[in-house]
Every structure is written in structure tokens, then in C-alpha cells.
Design a protein around this ligand. Structure first.
Ligand code: F6R
Length: 613
């Protein structure tokens, strides 16, 4: 996590840095800071007022002394050291001539800090990152150039790192380095940039390159020179960027989350575009695993975190049902520690919006070490996972800035269901005519998503009625279960209310003890295979005095008559139902969070791209 931005050669460095930080805040916002090369040396300003940090910085930068050379900026998601000004980046060395921003975790920082202190360096923060500035200082004192000092520094640290350093002796130079944590470098003919992620530079740079693990880049105005870990000049990989600047702006909505919720019809349509042929064939052009290898797969593991995990759960139902493949699903952070049995006949499907989540990245790396085939479903072209996988299925939801996943979740659902149908076709577990019918139903989803969104006001009104409630249960069966988990996660993340998601049939094995008169239970009661059993579970909670809100299919008055309130969604094939059923839950969480005055784009304690384990 944490967002990094750097610029050199721009007549308006401050604007580039502040815009970049604003666009990177989804990576963390515990504090923000910049370092600028100004005529008197290195000028640093930092603020640690959480979501207000950036506005503090905007005010402070009005006072920046004189024209600027290179500048670096950072927005932090705290790991080591509480969010405070002294722990905010950029960090300085003892001379005040070196400044560093860092994303990642330095595992041996205690050891390094002790050695540095013993040799006379004064470390002032509680962070792991500060050692970087002092290690660079030590190498510069030995006569090394900044680029060599950064390379030496990278060699001496263990862990993950994306960093940018500046030194007042060479005010136009940025030196960037990467190991595991993502970093891109970019240029126009007169300006040089560094950033954690593409949205920070949309509309600014002509060409962007992704730094590979171990590479170090010297970035000057209009010029980039990259060296590998061995010190040899390397040619960086150019990034394919097909997002435009409007995608990274709010476009008239109050916040990114609502904008992204409303972009869901397009996200689903774009993800399906060109993938479904009229004859009923699924076309997956980015698949680099050949069909024969896929036919031989004996077992599938899906690995993911958070909302992506919930999308993976839906995929397990679809893949087992349609493709008749044995599927296990793992929370990515647990996967490699349980000694899973993997070999060349195993397919590991990593699901990750960002393609950078470290837990998932490490899980797929582990799978590759055991010769498993790795397929990644991600929204970010050329992300670390996309580059390391054997095959990639890109969701085409466009950049998602709001921290809570919405449109990328829907895009993952349709991507994974398309993949399941592809596997079913390959393995002959469905007739072509059956696949063709299912694909026809999928094509109807974008319009149905739009129709579900058309009921936003009804959901907002209902949420207003429950604004004073403190506790929510979400229950569902079959694919309604992952929807319940996702509904509860959305509510927790942005409203900070206590919410639990359960398989409805499991409630009676313990959690039902929590229910009391007036508890709010949201049930996913659309017409899937287990509807009758679901309704029996609903009756159990009603009998305990719970207030029941049901997600039901439009026109299904029978279900509608059971709950205290109903959230209506269009009907579809039962395995596609999560795509629609989750929409009122997103809107419900959104409305409750807004009613509580929360910043839905930047919920507390969270970051969008989680690059720590
Ligand atoms: C929830 C959310 C997180 C992410 C999780 C995985 O709204 O956004 O739970 O789903 O951190 O992130 P990705 O998909 O980027 O691997």
C-alpha cells in the first residue's frame, strides 16, 4: 500500500504531485507529504491528519519557497509506526539533503536501524522506511553516485519495496527502485515521472514503463535510464494503457463509489465484449494456457482476498456445476501455509482487482514453483500478477478509485462465469446449445444491472429507515451465500457498522443466538435452487423477532409478502443471480455510510491496494 509519485522537469511540479497524490489516496491516507528541490535545498512538508492530510498539504504548498526542481510525494497507509507527522514520508537522512518515499515493508529494519544508530546516524521515526534515507546517506558519504547508493541500499534490505530518492546535489534527478511493490516510470519529451500506479499519471505522460523486480531507474526531465540488479542497462517494458483521464475523475457524482456503482452496466458489458461468439463459443484471447493443458487439469484452486474472494466463491459453484471440475477456494493469505497439493495438472486461478495484492501474488508465485498452471483474473493490465501468470483474463471495468470494490466485483463475477463456461465447453460437460443459451442470458446482464440501479431511490429510502440500527446480519444459500458475505463486507467497510454474513443454513448452528427482537436480517431470497430452504431459514429468524429485509425477484409477490421490506432485482439464470442481487446491498451500504457522514471513497483504516502480507 501507500502511494508514491515523483516528477522532474515540470513547470508545475506541485500540481503534478498534489493531483497524483489525490489520485493515489485509494492506496492509503493516514498521512501525506512531499519533498521538493528548491533553490535553498530540499524542502519537505508533511501532514498526518488522516483524510485531511492532503488538504493540509495543498495549503502548505502555497508557501513553497521559489521554483522547484524534482519533487516526490507520498500518501501513507501505516504499517510500522502510528500515523503521525514524524512517521509521515518523505523521510530524510541526517544531513537533510536526501529524501526518500517508500511503499512496502522492510523486514530487517530493526537490524539495519541498530547498525545505523551504532555508526552515528540519528533515526527519528518509528517507521521501517527511514533506514533507506540513512543507508543512502552512508553510501553517498563513501563517494557513490545516488543511483549506486540506491542500488546498494536495495541490496541490504529484505522485504518488499518501491522507493524514490532525491538528493540536493543533483536537483533534477529522481532515482526509483522496485522489489515486489509496484512502480511505474514515465516520460514526455521534457518531463520525467514515477508513480505507484497508472491513474496518478493519466493525461500527463506519453509513455509509461513498468519497473521489474530488482530494477533501478534514473529519471531526469524527458529521460529514463534503467539498470537491472546486475548493474547492466535494461530496456523497461512499455505499459499498455487504455484508460483515459475521465475514468479517473468523479464525472458529476459526489464520490467515486457512487460513480463506480453506476458504471456497472458498462463494466459488465465491456468485460463480456468480444468474449461471447454468436455460435455459443467463448473466446478468451489473453489465455496463454493451451486447451489441451486445460483439458488435463484435475483440480482447480481459486485464491483471492476480500471481495475478490467472494467472486471466487461464486465461481466455485459455477465451475463445479458447469465444468464438473473439483474446485477448492482459499483465502490467499492462508494458501501457501497449509501445504496445498499442487502439480502440473492443477490450475490455480488468482482473482485480484489490482493484480498487486501481495497475499494473492505470493500465492500464485508459490503455485508456479509447484508447476501448477496459473490463470489470473484482474482489472489492471500489466499488473504484477498479469505479468507473472500463464494466462490472464482481464476484466474491463476501467480504473476503480473508491476503496470498496463495486464495479470490479461485478466484472469479476461475469469474467469467472465466462471462464467456467469456457472450461465446460472444452471438457464437453455442457452441450454447445446449453452454453449458447447461457451466453444469451449473460448478454442480458448489462441491461438488467442498469434496471437494478434504477431502483436506487427505493434502496436509499429503506436504508434511511434503518439508519439507527447498529447490527446487521446477511444470510443466503448457494450463490446467495457469497452475496451475503459481500453485502456484509460492504457495510462494515464503509459504514463501520457491525455486520455478519452467513450461509443461512448455518445460522441455527450458533449465530442465531445473537438475534434478538429488532435485529436486522437481510436475506438473499431470489429464486435460486434453494429458495424453499432459504425461506425456511427466513422463518427461523422471523420467529426470533428479527426485522427481515429480503432481496427478491421483481414480480415475486410470494417472497415480497414475507419480509418487513423488499429489495427488488430483475430475474436471471440462478448462477448469474449474484451479479444482480449484490447491487441493492452495495446501495444499502452506501446510503448508510453517507447517512453517518462517512467518507465512502476513503474508509478508515483501509487501502485499496494491499501490498503487505
Ligand atoms: C472490498 C475490497 C477488498 C479487496 C481485497 C482484494 O471492498 O476492496 O476486500 O477486494 O483487498 O483486493 P484485490 O482484488 O485488488 O486483490
Amino acid at each position: 500500500m501507500c502511494g508514491i509519485i515523483g516528477v522532474t522537469g515540470s513547470p508545475d511540479s506541485i500540481t503534478v504531485l498534489l493531483d497524483g497524490l489525490a489520485r493515489l489516496e485509494y492506496r492509503g491516507y493516514d498521512s501525506a507529504g512531499v519533498a521538493l528541490q528548491v533553490p535553498s535545498g530540499l524542502w519537505i512538508e508533511r501532514s498526518a491528519r488522516g483524510t485531511e492530510s492532503l488538504s493540509d498539504l495543498v495549503a502548505a504548498l502555497d508557501r513553497a519557497p521559489g521554483p522547484c526542481g524534482a519533487g516526490i510525494g507520498h500518501t501513507r497507509w501505516a504499517t510500522h509506526g502510528r500515523p503521525s507527522e514524524v512517521n509521515a514520508h518523505p523521510h530524510r537522512d541526517c544531513t537533510g539533503t536526501v529524501a526518500v518515499v517508500h511503499n512496502g515493508i522492510i523486514e530487517n529494519h530493526f537490524e539495519l536501524a541498530a547498525e545505523l544508530s551504532a555508526s552515528g546516524h540519528e533515526l527519528v521515526s518509528d517507521t521501517d522506511s527511514e533506514v533507506l534515507a540513512h543507508l543512502i546517506e552512508a553510501s553517498l558519504a563513501d563517494g557513490k553516485a545516488l543511483v549506486d547508493a540506491v542500488r546498494a541500499c536495495v541490496r541490504s534490505v529484505r522485504g518488499s519495496l518501491a522507493m524514490v530518492a532525491v538528493h540536493s546535489a543533483d536537483p533534477a534527478l529522481l532515482v526509483a527502485a522496485r522489489r515486489v511493490s509496484p512502480l511505474i516510470v514515465a516520460t514526455t519529451d521534457r518531463i520525467g515521472f514515477v508513480a505507484s500506479d497508472v491513474p496518478a499519471l493519466l493525461g500527463r505522460a506519453d509513455v509509461m514503463y513498468v519497473l521489474e523486480d530488482g530494477q533501478v531507474a534514473e529519471v531526469r526531465p524527458g529521460e529514463i535510464r534503467v539498470v537491472g540488479a546486475d548493474g547492466e542497462i535494461s530496456v523497461p517494458v512499455e505499459l499498455k494503457v487504455d484508460w483515459d483521464l475521465t475514468a479517473a475523475q468523479k464525472g458529476g457524482f459526489d464520490n467515486f463509489m457512487l460513480k463506480e456503482i453506476h458504471e456497472q452496466p458498462a463494466a459488465v458489458a465491456d468485460t463480456l465484449m468480444g468474449r461471447l461468439s454468436p455460435g455459443g463459443t467463448v473466446l478468451l484471447d489473453e489465455m496463454r494456457i493451451d486447451d489441451d493443458e486445460l483439458r488435463e487439469v484435475e483440480k482447480v484452486f481459486i485464491v483471492a482476498c476480500g471481495s475478490s474472494y467472494h467472486a471466487g466463491l461464486v465461481a466455485k459453484y459455477a465451475m463445479e456445476h458447469w465444468a464438473r471440475m473439483a474446485v477448492e477456494i482459499d483465502i490467499a493469505s492462508e494458501f501457501r501455509y497449509r501445504d496445498p497439493i499442487l502439480d502440473s495438472r492443477t490450475l490455480v486461478v488468482g482473482v485480484s482487482q489490482s493484480g498487486e495484492t501481495l497475499d494473492t501474488l505470493q500465492a500464485i508465485r508459490y503455485a508456479r514453483r509447484w508447476n501448477a498452471k496459473v490463470l489470473v483474473v484482474t482489472n489492471v493490465v500489466d499488473s504484477s500478477m498479469a505479468r507473472e501468470a500463464d494466462g490472464v483474463f482481464y476484466t474491463r471495468a476501467g480504473p476503480e478509485i473508491g476503496v470498496a470494490a463495486t464495479k470490479t466485483f461485478l466484472a469479476q463475477l461475469v469474467a469467472l462465469e465466462t471462464l467456467s463456461l469456457y472450461l465446460a465447453g472444452l471438457r464437453g460437460t455442457l452441450y454447445p446449445a446449453e452454453i449458447s443459451d447461457l451466453l444469451d442470458s449473460m448478454q442480458e446482464l448489462p441491461a438488467k444491472v442498469a434496471s437494478a440501479l434504477g431502483r436506487s431511490e427505493e434502496v436509499f429510502n429503506l436504508a434511511a429507515a434503518y439508519a439507527a440500527s447498529a447490527e446487521f446480519f446477511f444470510i443466503g444459500r448457494h450463490v446467495g451465500y457469497p452475496v451475503a458475505l459481500e453485502g456484509a463486507l460492504k457495510l462494515k467497510e464503509i459504514s463501520y457498522l457491525h455486520a455478519e454474513g452467513y450461509p443461512a443454513g448455518e445460522l441455527k448452528h450458533g449465530p442465531i443466538a445473537l438475534l434478538e427482537e429488532g435485529s436486522i436480517v437481510v436475506g438473499i431470497a431470489t429464486r435460486t435452487r434453494l429458495w424453499e430452504k432459504m425461506m425456511a431459514n427466513v422463518a427461523e429468524v422471523r420467529a426470533r423477532g428479527a426485522v427481515v429485509v429480503l432481496v427478491a425477484n421483481e414480480g415475486d409477490e410470494e417472497t415480497g409478502s414475507v419480509g418487513d421490506a423488499t429489495l427488488w432485482v430483475p430475474s436471471t439464470h440462478p448462477l448469474f443471480a449474484p451479479v444482480l442481487d449484490v447491487i441493492p446491498l452495495q446501495l444499502f451500504a452506501y446510503a448508510l455510510a453517507r447517512a453517518r457522514g462517512n467518507d465512502v471513497d476513503r474508509p478508515r483504516n483501509l487501502a485499496k491496494t494491499v501490498t503487505v502480507e
